[in-house]
Design a protein around this ligand. Structure first.
Ligand code: CA
Length: 540
C-alpha cells in the first residue's frame, strides 16, 4: 500500500498526494492530473435521489456515483437560490463577497474564478447547459449555454458564435453537447474541467417526451408536513408565498389549461402564470411535442374538471401533479448521467476523471406545504453532493462533515494541484476522501437576500452546527429562530425563547458572530445591502 510511505505529513497533503498518486497510477502518464466533470442540476432535492433514501424515485445512475464514490450527507449552500449558488461555485466565496446575492444581480466575470485559475494552470475549460449569471462566460475555452433559465423543449443556446435553437428535450441536448465537446476536443494532451449543468428539474417541470407518464401510474407518498400551519415558527414561514395550496399555479405548474381552471373559478396567484403556460405551447413546442403532451395532460384536465376539488383535497391533488412532472424531469437527468458515464467508460476516461454530482440547492417537495427553496430550513439549505474520485480508498461511504458549496472551487483546485487563493472562503474536501472529520467545520453559514422578491421569503442569515441551527430574520421583522435538529429534525418548534435552551442560544449567537467575522459578513453590512438593493429596485 502506498499509504504508509506518507505517514507524518498533514492530513490534507496526505490525502491529496494519495488521491493524485492513485489517479496517476490509473493513467499512462505519471504527471497527468485528473479531469473534472462537475454535474450541477437545478433544484434537485436530495429527497428525490435513491442514494439518499428517496421513497419517490429510483436514480440508478446517480446512485452508481455514490456507490463508487462518496456521499456527503451534510452538504449545504450559502444562499439557496440559482444564480448566487453558481457564483459561489465559480468564486469559492459567499454572496456578500462575490457580489452576486440574488437572481437580479449580474455576475462580475472579471473577478478571479475557478475556471480561470484552472485554465491558467493548463486545463481546458468548458461550461455546457445552465449558466444563469447574465454576463457572458469568462475563463472558458468553450461555452454553450442556455440564455437565462432556458426552455425544456427546443431551447435556444448561446455560444461565442451567437444564438441558435436546438430541437429536442433540454436534458438530452445538454448531454449531447457535452459528449460532442469531449469527443471533439482538440488538445487532448490537456486535462479538462467540464461544467455539465442541467436546467432540470427547475420549475415548471415539463417532462421528457420518451416516457412522460412514468410517474402517473402510482401516487407519491405525501410528506408529514404537507399541511403545516407554521404554528411553531415565525412570521417569515407564515408569510412566504411558496405553498402548493395557494401559490403553485394550476396552469403553468400543474398543466391545467387556463380555460379549464377559469371555468371552475380558479384565478392564477400571479398574472404571468397563464401566459407562461401558453408560451410553452405557442412559442417553443412543435406539433409532435404538442401531440404527446396533449395525450398526457388531456386525461388530467378531464379529471380536474370532473372532481372539482377544493381545500386540502385540491392541495393533495396538486402535490401529485407536481411530483409526476418533477420526478419525470429527474428521470431524464439520471438517464443522461448514465449515458455520459457510459461514454466515459467507452473512451477509457472514467478512471482519470473526478465526477461530482450536486444541485445548485435543495428544494421542498411538499414539506411544510411548500415548493421552491430560499429558506435556511434543511430541505433547501442542504444540497445533494456525491464525488466519485477514482483511486479513492473509500468507495460507497457517507460523510457527515459539514461541507458547503464554497468548498467546491478549493476542492477542484486542490485536485489539480493549483494553490487555493487565500481569500476563497471554502476549504478543499480532498482530505475527506480518505476519512470523515466531524471537526472539518464548526458551523455551516447561510445568508439569503432576495427580498422583497418572488415567493416573499424574508432576508435571513444563520449558522448550523451538527446539532443546532440559529437563524436571524433581520429585515422588516427582527426575529430569531433556534432548532434542535436531534429532537426536531423537521424544524417544527422554534426554541429561541425556551428557558431550557438559553445556554445553547447564547453559545450559538457567539459562534454566529465568530463565523460572520471569519467571512467578513455582519448585520451592518446586511443592512447596507438592503439599502442598496431597495435603491436599485426604485431605479428600475
Ligand atoms: Ca436552482
Amino acid at each position: 500500500m502506498p499509504i504508509l510511505r506518507f505517514r507524518g505529513v498533514t492530513a490534507r497533503s496526505f490525502a491529496r498526494t494519495f488521491a493524485l498518486l492513485s489517479l496517476a497510477a490509473c493513467s499512462a502518464d505519471e504527471s497527468s492530473r485528473p479531469n473534472v466533470i462537475f454535474i450541477m442540476s437545478d433544484d434537485h432535492a436530495y429527497q428525490a435521489i435513491s442514494a439518499y433514501g428517496s421513497t419517490l424515485i429510483e436514480t440508478p445512475n446517480i446512485d452508481r456515483l455514490a456507490k463508487e464514490g462518496l456521499r456527503f450527507d451534510r452538504a449545504f449552500v450559502g444562499n439557496s437560490i440559482c444564480s448566487p449558488s453558481r457564483a459561489t461555485l465559480l468564486t469559492g466565496k459567499f454572496s456578500h463577497a462575490n457580489g452576486l446575492r440574488n437572481n437580479v444581480n449580474v455576475f462580475d466575470g472579471e473577478q478571479v474564478t475557478l475556471q480561470g485559475l484552472m485554465r491558467e494552470a493548463g486545463y481546458e475549460t468548458a461550461v455546457i447547459g445552465k449558466w444563469h449569471l447574465k454576463s457572458e462566460p469568462t475563463g472558458f475555452d468553450h461555452w454553450d449555454v442556455l440564455p437565462g433559465q432556458g426552455e425544456y423543449y427546443n431551447p435556444d443556446f448561446v455560444s461565442a458564435e451567437g444564438t441558435r435553437r436546438v430541437t429536442g428535450y433540454v436534458t438530452d441536448i445538454i448531454t449531447d453537447l457535452a459528449i460532442d465537446w469531449l469527443e471533439q476536443r482538440k488538445q487532448t494532451a490537456k486535462p479538462f474541467l467540464l461544467f455539465y449543468h442541467h436546467k432540470a428539474p427547475h420549475r415548471e417541470w415539463w417532462p421528457p417526451l420518451d416516457n412522460p407518464g412514468e410517474f402517473h401510474a402510482s401516487p407519491s407518498p405525501e410528506p408529514d408536513t404537507l399541511f403545516d400551519d407554521y404554528g411553531g415558527r415565525g412570521t417569515a414561514a407564515r408569510e412566504a408565498e411558496m405553498r402548493i395550496s395557494d401559490h403553485m399555479g394550476l396552469t403553468n405548474d400543474n398543466k391545467i389549461t387556463p380555460e379549464n381552471a377559469a371555468a371552475l373559478g380558479h384565478m392564477p396567484f400571479m398574472d404571468w402564470y397563464d401566459d407562461a403556460y401558453r408560451r410553452q405551447f405557442d412559442s417553443y413546442m412543435n406539433d409532435e411535442q404538442r401531440a404527446v403532451l396533449g395525450e398526457l395532460y388531456g386525461p388530467i384536465n378531464a379529471e380536474f374538471t370532473e372532481l372539482d376539488l377544493r381545500g386540502d383535497a385540491l392541495t393533495r391533488w396538486k402535490y401529485q401533479c407536481y411530483m409526476q412532472d418533477y420526478l419525470a424531469t429527474i428521470r431524464s437527468v439520471d438517464d443522461n448521467i448514465g449515458r455520459l458515464l457510459a461514454y466515459l467508460e467507452r473512451r477509457n476516461l472514467l478512471d482519470d476523471t473526478v465526477v461530482v454530482y450536486t444541485s445548485d440547492q435543495g428544494f421542498y417537495l411538499g414539506e411544510h406545504g411548500w415548493f421552491d427553496k430560499r429558506f435556511m430550513y434543511e430541505e433547501s439549505f442542504r444540497t445533494p453532493l456525491i464525488i466519485r474520485a477514482p483511486g479513492d480508498a473509500q468507495r460507497g461511504a457517507a460523510r457527515l462533515s459539514l461541507v458547503q458549496n464554497v468548498d467546491f472551487a478549493p476542492t477542484i483546485l486542490d485536485l489539480a494541484g493549483v494553490d487555493v487563493p487565500a481569500d476563497m472562503h471554502g476549504e478543499s474536501l480532498v482530505p475527506l476522501f480518505a476519512r470523515d472529520d466531524l471537526d472539518f467545520r464548526d458551523a455551516a453559514y447561510y445568508h439569503y437576500y432576495e427580498y422583497p422578491g418572488i415567493h416573499a421569503v424574508k432576508r435571513h442569515y444563520g449558522i448550523r452546527t451538527h446539532r443546532y441551527k440559529l437563524m436571524h430574520f433581520y429585515h422588516d421583522v427582527d426575529e430569531w429562530e433556534l432548532y434542535d435538529l436531534t429532537s426536531d429534525p423537521q424544524e417544527m418548534q422554534n426554541l429561541y425563547d425556551e428557558p431550557g435552551y438559553a445556554d445553547v442560544r447564547e453559545r450559538m449567537k457567539l459562534l454566529l458572530a465568530d463565523v460572520q467575522a471569519r467571512y467578513g459578513d455582519s448585520l451592518e453590512l446586511a443592512r447596507e445591502l438592503v439599502k442598496q438593493d431597495l435603491e436599485a429596485q426604485d431605479g428600475d
